[in-house]
Design a protein around this ligand. Sequence first.
Ligand code: FAD
Length: 604
Amino acid sequence: MEIINTDIAIVGAGGAGLRAAIAVAQADPSLNVALISKVYPMRSHTCAAEGGAAGVAGANDSMEYHFNDTVSGADWLADQDAVEFFIEEAPKELTLIEHWGCPWSRTKDGKVAVRPFGGMKMERTWYAADKSGFHILHTLFQTSLQFPSIRRYDEFFSTDLIVQDGVCQGVTAMEIRTGEMKLFKAKSVIICTGGAGRIYPFTTNGAIKTGDGMAMAYKAGIPLKDMEFVQYHPTGLPGTGILLTEGCRGEGGYMINKDGYRYLQDYGLGPAKPEPVKKAMELGPRDRLSQAFWHEMQKGRVVETRYGEAVLLDMRHLGEKLINERLPFVRDLAKSYMGVDVVDEPCPVRPVVHYMMGGIHTDINTATSIKGVYAVGECACVTINGANRLGSNSLTELLVFGKKAGHEAIGYIQGGTAPRDEADAEKQGEAAEARVKGILNRTDGKESVSVIRRELNDIMEYGCGIYRDANLLTEACNKIAELRDRFKDVQIKDKSAVFNTALTQALELEAMIEVSQSVAQSGLARTESRGAHQRLDYPARDDAKFLCHSMAHYNPNAEPRIDYLDVVITKSQPQERLYGAAGEAMAKKAEQEKQEKQPVAAAE
Ligand SMILES: Cc1cc2nc3c(=O)[nH]c(=O)nc-3n(C[C@H](O)[C@H](O)[C@H](O)COP(=O)(O)OP(=O)(O)OC[C@H]3O[C@@H](n4cnc5c(N)ncnc54)[C@H](O)[C@@H]3O)c2cc1C
């Protein structure tokens, strides 16, 4: 097996991976970086992000507001020390990438424009029309090209971490072009492999989002944290799951039901009036909006489309000029995939799986429980998103924590690493190769990848959807255990070495099963409702028992062991989550209390 020696291997070349690579290259050009990605970097999912990236901008906003929105949006399950670090760094990173070439949209007087986003009580989402992720990823990619210490391995599929006595020694990856396994011997590995939305059948996520890196870390002994929290985005196109960005509502779009009624006013998200639209209930958080859809469905107030039930996103009142200027891509998507011109008619939409709040457990510095292994981006849980991520925090998270991970990896290497047992590392590499070859060469298997994958998708939607209960989750757990067992008997027809997508899909399915099991088991164990995890049988939030992160520990032969880790609370004690008028009254009261306290502090 070919051995590639490097200092740092970064798995994943989306926003998180590229930002980490640039951070290393800038801070210490003497360190070699191997940037491994199963697709060409610009095909990473970050490219699909539309709406924008959050960071305090402008005089009306403050770090405190961004902190409060993020923590309450997370239903108090975010680690507040991580959130504090994140919001402080956010505007710096967004400004930095502008200097690298990111074309943020502008106001008439030339300042960076910000748009409102769900759950953010202030306008703080920086955007580049409705192709923000594309521009961010392009900016990072073109910036990365100037550093000779970054060596790219495009279309290399990573399979296993190499670990000795709890210390990272590298990672294996199959070159998809040749089918050959390579062993990357590295002192540090940064996992940036993105989310796992594809475990569900109906998702905004690109086909590559199969949780490979999560499964790789999990199998190496790193727990997966808060996996039960799966975000549904309220405005996906029926049928395809293609996203219409939250920017549609940020710009003033309405959510209406079959009677043309703005139904969100019935779900504690504030009155339809008074305007301005930008403070209206459509800008509630994603979990609440998706749950409201479920209730509308129960009440029979949804519209029927040929792809099932939906509600309507109405943007007619915004006018053609604004739509063309701020939401041109949305207009295109609705036309192409639904045959609807949003300038003239409302577009059918429904909740769609969008984002995993959970992921590889890291501390505030992106470090995992294996020395030298770091994780960043959607595959990781650092955790600023808690039980419900606010839209536009994720793109910024990639930048802030990508940089952090790069610097941490440098610090770790500079601190000196223990000598590697080269023979053992190679043996582990060969074992990884044998496992992959085992799947490729099997001729007596009775199971097919597509069948298991479809059954997995179906049970995830059925058992671990917007609302769950003990029966549904138990059914899901049992079915996933069965599929995990059946996977051992999977056979693929294509036996060729070159660009064998049947093989990569089998490897992806293996990861998806592990990730799904952690989602269902963590969901079953959490007998409360919080954020995106809503239990019909336990409808209340239970802070006494569950103000803590769930940690799923891999077990090769049975379901994962679940235990819990305390949430870090620095300054915001859990309260009721209030939006709309009630939310504003709460914020005003807090502000008043702060003002009242200030003179005393000054006197001291
Ligand atoms: C349609 C859509 C719109 C969104 N809009 C927004 C938005 O407006 N604002 C916002 O904040 N967030 C948004 N999000 C969320 C956000 O875009 C993602 O969470 C974020 O981009 C993930 O970045 P990442 O770098 O972690 O992973 P990705 O960009 O998904 O990249 C993952 C990388 O890992 C590599 N990889 C994966 N598995 C392997 C393997 N086995 N071997 C080798 N390489 C591997 C891939 O090749 C890829 O390079 C959106 C998400 C979607 C799906």
